[in-house]
Design a protein around this ligand. Structure first.
Ligand SMILES: Cc1cc2nc3c(=O)[nH]c(=O)nc-3n(C[C@H](O)[C@H](O)[C@H](O)COP(=O)(O)OP(=O)(O)OC[C@H]3O[C@@H](n4cnc5c(N)ncnc54)[C@H](O)[C@@H]3O)c2cc1C
Length: 397
């Protein structure tokens, strides 16, 4: 069973990372909110080294920590570290070179050779197309095998890390008549002829992240750059499930972004209401709470629920348990409540929550996207319902 007492090593890591978030990210958060599309050079010191993936592999073989009996936890450790970084700033955390969503995809479904070759490259993830967002099964980018190369054609929009990445995991169909079963993912290195960055998006929030659109025209990549099985499975969705597996790892990560930004907003709000004379006393009777106190406690309770759902999903992934339901539950709850908490904090703060002198208005803008990417809140609810009711995507849409 999950043990909520963290091992000493994770507690130490948590406080070390909070110090980095406080000293490195917070001071430049506003700068890169204003300078959209400018590369945050300060993040270079955090660039992922190619050897780090190998270190994780070795860690898995080490025995459980004595103080908790927990298995060494790649996903859970990532989640705990990420919450601290996201407390500092989410779009900057998402812009740390080397930690793209494509890296998570390669880690989840890549072969040892692919991990070795591409593990050290900053890798983006391109599914979304002008006609395919939530319904990923309707994408029209194609990949056709020609000798020893795949030839890709299509268009991808809203790709995070579009400009700064070194490679992209591109979703494409190898047989449009096969529906979802024909969808595969491919590693395309930046600089490959036929892959063109068309433009960068201007956004409401999450501005430090370079989101962009690609045109892919007769783009040739080596045959071995396909992720997963190149065969179209007889079972209609078997192959597609393979590529969807990435989301079981990445949805708790995006959910954690919501936890980080919500906690930042709550901490700031607490500081300001305490300066105004509100004393948060957890022993007080509910009947004597002021409206602000009551709202604050409720938000804290939601934050705790968000975190616990995420920890469960991450713990299950670490222990090789099927966690699609739990990953989507965590994303549904965190995406929605991250939006609500950051907005409510701005309400409580009044003019301080609206002023660009402080960060809460930025946190409110940033939080919105966490309920959109990696599957919107509505889509997470659908996945949860399908899993509980044992219905297929065709039966419940
Ligand atoms: C800043 C940012 C970064 C992004 N980064 C990436 C990236 O790196 N890679 C990538 O591939 N994509 C990325 N995206 C795209 C993102 O994943 C999509 O926007 C998202 O999946 C939603 O797709 P859509 O925009 O086409 O909306 P649509 O699918 O058109 O949905 C519009 C609305 O309808 C709702 N809806 C759709 N279908 C249903 C249904 N069956 N039942 C109920 N409601 C439904 C949705 O919840 C939503 O509210 C990014 C987006 C943003 C804003």
């Amino acid at each position: 069973m999950i043990n909520l007492v963290l091992p000493e090593s994770l507690e130490k890591m948590r406080s070390d990372i909070k110090a980095i978030a406080f000293s490195l990210l917070r001071p430049i958060a506003r700068k890169y909110d204003e300078a959209e599309h400018v590369t945050p050079v300060e993040l270079e010191v955090l660039r992922r080294r190619p050897s780090e993936g190998k270190k994780n592999k070795k860690d898995k073989k080490t025995p459980p920590e004595k103080d908790t009996g927990m298995l060494p936890s790649t996903n859970l450790a990532t989640i705990i570290a990420l919450e601290e970084m996201c407390w500092g700033d989410v779009p900057l955390t998402s812009s740390i070179p080397g930690y793209g969503i494509g890296n998570a995809a390669i880690a989840a479904v890549g072969t040892e050779e692919q991990k070795e070759k591409f593990g050290g490259k900053y890798t983006a993830f391109a599914i979304t197309e002008p006609g395919a967002g939530s319904d990923t099964g309707s994408l029209v980018t194609t990949a056709v095998l020609d000798g020893d190369e795949w030839v890709l054609n299509g268009e991808k929009i809203f790709v995070s890390a579009a400009e700064r990445c070194e490679a992209i995991v591109v979703w494409a169909t190898i047989d449009p008549s096969a529906g979802k079963a024909g969808i595969k993912s491919f590693i395309v290195e930046k600089g490959t002829p036929g892959l063109t960055l068309d433009h960068l998006e201007r956004k409401m929030g999450f501005k430090a992240s370079d989101t962009g659109a690609f045109v892919i025209k007769d783009c040739r990549i080596p045959r071995e750059n396909i992720l997963g099985d190149p065969e179209i499975k007889k079972s209609k969705t078997e192959g597609f499930r393979g590529v969807m597996k990435t989301f079981d790892n990445t949805r708790p990560i995006v959910a954690t972004q919501s936890v980080g930004v919500s906690r930042a907003a709550l901490d700031f709000t607490k500081e300001k209401i305490e300066e105004d004379g509100v004393r948060l006393d957890y022993n007080q009777s509910p009947n004597s709470l002021s409206s602000v106190e009551k709202e604050y406690y409720l938000m804290e309770a939601h934050l705790e629920a968000m975190r616990l759902l995420i920890w469960r999903a991450a713990w299950m992934a670490d222990n090789d348990q099927f966690n699609t339901l739990e990953a989507s539950m965590s994303k549904a709850k965190a995406g929605r409540y991250g939006t609500l908490i950051t907005q409510k904090c701005c309400d409580i703060l009044g003019p301080l929550g609206f002023s660009e002198e402080y960060l809460p208005e930025k946190w409110m803008r940033d939080a919105k996207v966490m309920d959109i990417f990696e599957g919107t809140g509505q889509i997470q609810h659908l996945i949860v319902a399908r899993n509980i009711m044992k219905l297929s995507s065709r039966e419940l849409r």
